[in-house]
Design a protein around this ligand. Structure first.
Ligand SMILES: C[S@@+](CC[C@H](N)C(=O)[O-])C[C@H]1O[C@@H](n2cnc3c(N)ncnc32)[C@H](O)[C@@H]1O
Length: 404
């Protein structure tokens, strides 16, 4: 596990006790205890569908969950190892149920749990869309598979003050969010960057994003209704020259700036994420030297924050600074490219001034038919829930945060 990944004595103790190699049969000991995901199943296209998650993200999520002895727990997505950690945290008076849609996975989890001494963990084979009513209500639900939505059964099966920790897909980005139940809705307490295999079954994601330039580029959003079509974005990309604006905001490459995408998604209804699938792919395919055929320069190799509107397309970009940091800026295309690049650069500067040092926004999940508070910022609308976002106001009038 990476140094510093575990910050509570309880989770550290559970990690020390549970023999991870029992849940990764056939792997060399060194590999079983490495801070790496172990993929245990793939679909016909080679895409992983089941894994024993990397120890770091398991520890992070268990710490988000704040499991206490005696709690009733539900894990969604089985593998055995994480359920055993949960059993350690809940102690002899607690109760752990784990559910997986795949019988091969549950058969394996059952065998490994028995071998490691966790025969008391209940293993269920079913689609988790309906939760597991037999063990409800749960003090904690820990979802270990990327969820697009929050089915009503999960909320209903929580105790009145229960907590669910869930890797939730929001406008193309995934965050492990710890939500506390408050009456009929959920209020976030923390959100951490993560990546998981995708939910299958009734809760699987309905849209798959947009492919541009014959698949060289992908635009990811779980709210594709709010952004233009692939053909419109391709037309923006052909609209040379591209506009460039720098924000003056510098970050270290290793520094987490994961609240910035959420900030941009709050600011711009057309927020999405750009992935360049072919390294060096240009905005416009064509003979070298023709307008627009210079390579795109997204800030990240995959899932760069981007904005698509009827009048333009912008993505985050970065340039190296002499001090080793990178400066964030925007490249934009289309008839309104210069204005869009300026708006994105200004938004990055506002994030830097007011939110960069903060703990991030509060995300609230409301039932789909609930009236929303006045002036709520809607982040995403799913089948079962609508998600709003609230940013704290800066407490003291800021001078701009030192950058150099
Ligand atoms: C990352 S793995 C779980 C890792 C596990 N918790 C561990 O101990 O490392 C995700 C699992 O979610 C399962 N899954 C996907 N969709 C599901 C659904 N609708 N209901 C239940 N399980 C599902 C997959 O079969 C897969 O085994």
């Amino acid at each position: 596990m990476a140094e510093g990944a575990v910050s509570t004595a309880e989770v550290a103790a559970a990690v020390r006790v549970v023999p991870r190699h029992v849940f990764t049969p056939g792997l060399a000991l060194e590999r079983a205890y490495a801070n790496q995901v172990v993929f245990v199943k793939r679909d016909e296209f080679g895409v992983p569908t089941s894994s024993v998650s990397a120890p770091d993200i398991q520890a992070i999520m268990l710490e988000q969950a704040e499991i206490r002895p005696g709690m009733r727990l539900l894990e969604i997505g089985s593998g055995g190892y994480n359920a055993a950690l949960m059993a350690e945290l809940a102690g002899p008076d607690g109760e752990v149920t784990t559910i997986d849609i795949d019988p091969v996975v549950t058969e394996r989890a059952r065998r490994c749990l028995d071998e490691a001494g966790y025969a008391d963990v209940r293993v269920v084979t079913a689609d988790a869309e309906g939760g597991v009513p037999e063990g409800a209500p749960y003090d904690r639900i820990v979802v270990t598979v990327e969820a697009w939505d929050l089915p009503p059964a999960w909320i209903r099966q929580l105790t009145p003050h229960g907590r669910i920790v869930v890797p939730l897909l929001l406008r193309g980005m995934t965050r492990s969010i710890a939500f506390d139940r408050v009456d009929d809705h959920l209020v976030s307490r923390s959100a951490r960057l993560c990546g998981f295999v995708k939910m299958q079954g009734a809760g699987s994601r309905p849209d798959q994003g947009l492919a541009l330039n014959h698949g060289d580029l992908t635009i990811d959003t779980d709210d594709s209704g709010a952004i233009p079509t692939a053909a419109q974005i391709e037309a923006h990309l052909r609209h040379a020259p591209r506009a460039e604006r720098w924000s003056g905001v510098r970050v270290w490459r290793w520094e987490p700036w994961d609240t910035l995408p959420l900030w941009l998604a709050t600011d711009f209804p057309g927020y999405c994420q750009l992935s360049v699938n072919v390294p060096g792919a240009p905005a416009v395919p064509g003979p070298p030297g023709a307008p627009g055929t210079e390579p795109l320069e997204p800030a990240l190799a995959i899932a760069t924050p981007a904005i698509a509107t009827p009048d333009g397309f912008a993505h985050l970009t970065a340039r190296a600074c002499p001090d080793g940091r990178i400066e964030l800026g925007a490249h934009a295309f289309g008839p309104q490219g210069p204005q869009l690049a300026a708006a994105v650069a200004d938004s990055i500067a506002a994030w830097n001034r007011d939110q960069r040092a903060g703990s991030g926004p509060v995300i609230t999940a409301w039932p789909i038919d609930a009236p929303l508070p006045d002036a709520a910022d809607v982040l995403a609308v799913k089948k079962h829930v609508q998600l709003t976002v609230t940013w704290s106001k800066p407490e003291i009038p800021h001078r701009s945060q030192p950058n150099g």
